[in-house]
Design a protein around this ligand. Sequence first.
Ligand code: KIV
Length: 264
Amino acid sequence: MAITVPKIKAMKGKEKISMITAYDYTSARIADEAGIDIILVGDSLAMVMQGKSSTIPVTVDEVIYHAKMVRQGVKNALIVVDMPFMSYQADYVEAVRNAGRILKETGCDAVKLEGGREFVPTINNIIAAGIPVMGHLGLTPQSINIFGSYKARGKEPEEAKKIKEDAKFLAEVGVFALVLESVPKQLAKEITESISIPTIGIGAGMHTDGQVLVYHDMLGLFDDFKPKFVKRYAHLKKDAIEGIKNYISEVKEGKFPTDEHSYD
Ligand code: KIV
């Protein structure tokens, strides 16, 4: 059965929410068949699809391209699409137009955007247009040039207080769920207990209402670096290299193809 925004909201306190990124038909289909609750077409596609070093360069056209492919592979999961850097920051009219384009052109279900109280008017207008919004606080990678590193956020009391307050602002304006990235587990616990919408953690400990990981990280496809919070549930890059090496040897040695793979 298709998962909706109200179903995700109703899962808080009853059932943990599972979320994973995907960027194309095949990976989305695999995640959906496995029974994932939410698929995120993340702007992390910059790293794992495009080989870039940050999410900053991703465009609205690029997320739309990837989200359309993901849509084709999904029957049940809720599909959330990241709003890229500078697609919502400059003014809210542009933000509503871009969020609308993303939903209308891809057939996906919701958008996600990074930031706290400063985006309350923008989020209000996007929701008023009928577009569900997921929030994202803590380490917000689109602000890497302000932060200067991908280290955990909210370790100092002042920043922790700001993140906690921002979570309340976002819940009040109507975001349906909130990603907490790279924050101390105690802060994530306090936020989870203080708001009525589900929190979804990545590097935020075990007390959030759900978890999200990047597809290529958790399946061992991407090994340029491994953040502390990533658990590898498979080693697909290793398996792929082994498979391709076997193929190369068999081609070189004339062992592939055999009659089994040939037409008469
Ligand atoms: O783009 C992404 O993959 C994300 C997750 C890290 C939540 O925003």
